[in-house]
Design a protein around this ligand. Structure first.
Ligand SMILES: C[S@@+](CC[C@H](N)C(=O)[O-])C[C@H]1O[C@@H](n2cnc3c(N)ncnc32)[C@H](O)[C@@H]1O
Length: 277
């Protein structure tokens, strides 16, 4: 008897690559680098050359860093073998041989001291929030400080605002329109006010209605700016600054970050904290 040969057509979600969707939705490495340059220059009056990207994932920022200047070198640090390999096969492979030689990747815990030390240490996309106690964060900040040169800066992004504490909230954004397009969904699933534990997911929805549901999951402690600055001071950083985005109508579409000691209590905000060694 003839075997049934009809194959089920794959959905767009089944054909999609979650890392490509992630990079297109949440990362803008060129903007990040512009900010690193600003933050470093405001302290040292010159350009930074050595980057350490903690929690680097697919190390898109390291790759953009070495592409931005031929003297620049980058070290990316992450624990996840699969994610790093994706970065090697896609982001690193896109660089010229000379650029590739200036990127080093280390599959290790970020809480490890490495040499050479860096001008800029970046810990982006709230990644250190996976450390849920003061002692864990303090240990990480002490090691991060040791991984910097004198005058080096540690850059972290932070989020907050009343909306962030709401449970079962999904924020949707269309990343690309049309048949090949997709939607990014940021889900705030839970928040526990007793210990500030919070769960978030990233999902993607495609034009045929199929989904990569909860492609990324984050179990974090929702840290606040003053808590983080106090811990940075305790870890030995000499100063820390909070940068808020100036959304003046006259300013650029993106990237007008200014130091500030007060800010409007918006329902949802993002800022940077920059700590100086
Ligand atoms: C939120 S993702 C951030 C990815 C990327 N930095 C970005 O900005 O989009 C967090 C990353 O941290 C990594 N990670 C978690 N704990 C780690 C640890 N203790 N040491 C090194 N990497 C860690 C995970 O494997 C994951 O790739």
């Amino acid at each position: 008897m003839a075997k049934a040969t009809s194959k089920k057509k794959k959905t767009l979600a089944e054909k999609a690559d979650k890392f490509i969707c992630y990079q297109k939705s949440v990362q803008t490495p060129d903007h990040e680098i512009e900010f690193f340059e600003q933050a470093y220059k405001e302290v040292n009056g010159k350009k930074p050359y050595v980057l350490r990207e903690d929690f680097c994932g697919t190390f898109a920022v390291c790759c953009e860093w070495v592409r931005s200047n031929h003297k620049r070198t980058a070290l990316g640090v992450d624990l996840c073998q699969e994610t790093l390999q994706w970065g090697r096969d896609h982001n690193l492979a896109d660089l010229s041989p000379g650029e590739q030689s200036r990127v080093k990747i280390s599959e290790q815990d970020v809480r490890k001291r490495n040499r050479p030390t860096a001008d800029v240490l970046a810990a982006q996309n709230f990644s250190f929030w996976l450390f849920k106690t003061r002692s864990e964060v303090l240990e990480y900040f002490r090691i991060a400080r040791d991984n910097l040169k004198s005058g080096g800066v540690m850059v972290m992004d932070m989020m907050g605002g009343g909306d962030c504490y709401q449970e079962d909230l999904v924020d949707k954004r269309t990343i690309k329109k049309g048949k090949k397009g997709f939607q990014y969904m940021w889900e705030q699933a839970s928040f526990n006010p007793v210990n500030a534990d919070a769960t978030f997911y990233i999902s993607f929805k495609f034009a045929d209605g199929s989904k990569l549901k909860r492609a990324f999951e984050y179990q974090w402690r929702f840290w606040t700016i003053p808590e983080v600055r106090e811990l940075l001071e305790e870890a030995g950083f000499t100063e820390s600054h909070v940068y808020w985005e100036n959304d003046d109508e006259d300013s650029d579409e993106y990237g007008n970050w200014e130091r500030g000691n007060d800010a409007p209590s918006n329902p949802s905000w993002i800022c940077y904290i920059v700590a100086v060694k």
